[in-house]
Design a protein around this ligand. Sequence first.
Ligand SMILES: Cc1ncc(COP(=O)(O)O)c(C=O)c1O
Length: 396
Amino acid sequence: MQSTLSRRIAALEPSATLTMAAKAKELKASGRKVISLSLGEPDFNTPQHICDAAVKAMQEGKTRYTVASGIPELKQAVCKFYQARHGLEYKPENITVSNGAKHCLHNVFTVLIDEGEEVIIPAPYWVSYAELVKLAGGVPVIVETRQEDDFKLTPEAFRAACTPKTKALLLCSPSNPTGSMYSGEELGALADVAIEKDLWVIADEIYENLVYSGHKFVSFPTVRPELMDRTIIINGVSKTYAMTGWRIGWTFAPAAVAKKMASLQSQETSNPCSISQYAAMAALESSQECVEQMRAEFEKRRDYVASRIAAIDGLSCGNMYGAFYAFVNIQPHLGREYGGKMIETDTDWCLELLEKKGVATVMGSAFGAPGYARLSFANSMEELKDAFDLIEEFLK
Ligand SMILES: Cc1ncc(COP(=O)(O)O)c(C=O)c1O
């Protein structure tokens, strides 16, 4: 029997964030104190009223298969929420509910991308994008951005990256890993290129509710009327409602695409967890006070983290408008000795910081940006303070 793996799977890299988190757990298990700034997961519990809705769903026997692409009530709630927030008229036929936003992305690439077609991804990018594109047979085309531009893709760089094989642009705003966010005007300029080149835009807006300092989040298709026909929005409850384990995400897509995504899902996974779907509905339909409380807490932490980074010689980062990450430029601290050991790369730096000081971060190279480290501030203030004290000691 042939024992080789498929070429697609052989080329697949494991998620670096999960790898770093696993390493941190290993160290912890060996009795070391570890502060993990590696995972992108709110440290809050899911609000009680959402858990109550899940219990109620179970008690009412909502424990069976649902429509593969999600229950109509949840799709309706998603549309209503989006209409109230962004003024766009999506219908349930545009929505596919999946097992988290990551699953949505997998579905989108599988449905849209043919072998060899290119997807433009601005770097730094979220770890899974490039791998998911490759898994679907596509070719990720990575376009570098600059810290001075807050890591935003410019229309010129976008246009220059387009080839006859380009199928889509993938945008993440607010961004994991940089915390950057595009203004309406900046999105408009990118939209013009997408329209001119007749491309799809996949807009990952999963952090839309975690935005700071009064900055306004703009949903991509709102900037030009014709964009609804060529945009796929990715969103969900994981980050906004501290529901990472419930696994509910959704896409907004033109009905023909949504229909194919539903078919794919019906063959691959069937419906996302029925109970989680009712919980997600409760999250959208009840007071958003809990979201504001968590957002305000993240904002305090963002301010604290920004002040600590600014106070350490040789560290810097771009403006953090949203999400809960600092993408820290550590280049001035590479190519030097730490306790007699030469550290050249961001990967070595992150591993050494974990080994020596017990602080877990993720190397920038995993996000297509060597020379950086991503620190998640979805941790308590005490942990953040301790982590930065340890980073300061490490750098000395
Ligand atoms: C930018 C971005 N998109 C999608 C996801 C996946 O979210 P989910 O947990 O809902 O699959 C994440 C999670 O870290 C993310 O940061």
